[in-house]
Write a protein that binds this ligand. Structure first.
Ligand code: ADP
Length: 279
């Protein structure tokens, strides 16, 4: 079952920029879906349609099989179901302290003080930010800010979490902490949609991958299906994961017997190399 479905979604910004054209995008329940594309391809614009921040110029958006309705009551409901974590945490965090920030959403939907407190505590613990309650968000590191922004969304208990470039601007440790957290949340049943241009990370977590270029979806499938299509990958100004690129060079330039499909992760490459050595 798809929890998010867009059909022929087209969006033009008021200044005339055509940001999306005929986009068909599905997010299957309980999976991690990656939207891969270069800067300016339309990733953020697509995400802003998932909870009704933007309204299609034409085409449809469905959440849990229902077409989005854009009146205030329905938008409040949809924003509890679909939580969006923006690329820049400074666009999301605004309260003077971490605890007030995470509590803002739950308070706004009229939960009791006891429930708000419980949710904030749970959310901060999930993202590993207990002990930072009284800190000012602008005194936190990039990775910590991102985790607090995620906590703010988690406290709303959404069914679907949409994250715009969740690892951009983070150091490798910060990025892997975020990914481990998303992986954990997904294991607990949350559907997760991520945009990124980090092709090395996608095969590690994504169930399905969409490639967007110039506002159009130009490829979709499992990571191995998508990365098998090198022509499309390069057309979208992306590249193969480094490990696949290495295997491609070893095959083509050094005639080593590593043919397609190329391994996409270090784990897969290791197995393939060991198999070759043993045979
Ligand atoms: P991505 O998230 O993949 O980097 P965006 O969705 O931000 O891409 O942008 C898609 C296209 O829409 C780009 O051409 C961008 O310049 C344009 N765009 C984004 N935001 C606006 C806006 N508020 N007004 C006009 N054009 C915009």
């Amino acid at each position: 079952m798809n929890v998010i479905e867009t059909r022929k979604l087209t969006y033009h910004y008021p200044d005339g920029t055509k940001a999306l054209e005929d986009v068909d995008f599905n997010a299957a329940k309980g999976k991690i879906i990656a939207l891969l594309g270069p800067n300016g391809a339309g990733k953020s614009t697509l995400f802003l349609h998932f909870n009704g921040i933007l309204r299609p110029t034409s085409g449809t958006v469905q959440v849990n099989g229902e077409s989005l309705k854009y009146d205030k009551k329905n938008l409040i409901k949809i924003r509890q179901r679909v939580g969006i974590v923006f690329q820049n945490p400074d666009d999301q965090l605004f309260a003077p302290t971490v605890i007030e920030d995470v509590a803002f959403g739950p308070m706004n939907i009229g939960l009791t003080e006891v429930e708000v407190e419980k949710r904030v505590k749970e959310a901060l613990s999930k993202v590993g930010m207990e002990g930072y309650e009284k800190k000012a968000p602008h005194h936190l590191s990039g990775g910590q800010k991102k985790r607090v922004a995620i906590a703010g969304i988690l406290a709303m208990k959404p069914e679907i979490m949409v994250l715009d470039e969740p690892t951009s601007g983070l150091d490798p440790k910060g990025a892997s902490q975020i990914l481990r957290l998303l992986y954990q949340l997904n294991k607990e049943g949350m559907t997760i949609v991520i945009s990124t241009h980090d092709v090395d990370l996608v095969p590690l977590y994504a169930f399905s991958v969409y490639i967007i270029s110039d506002g159009k979806i130009i490829k979709e499938g499992s990571p191995s299906e998508v990365f098998d299509d090198v022509t499309t990958i390069r057309k979208a100004n992306l590249r193969l994961p480094r490990i696949a690129h290495l295997m491609e060079i070893l095959e083509k330039e050094d005639s080593l017997p590593f043919d397609k499909p190329y391994p996409l992760t270090i784990g897969e490459a290791r197995r393939k190399i060991l198999e070759e050595f043993k045979s």
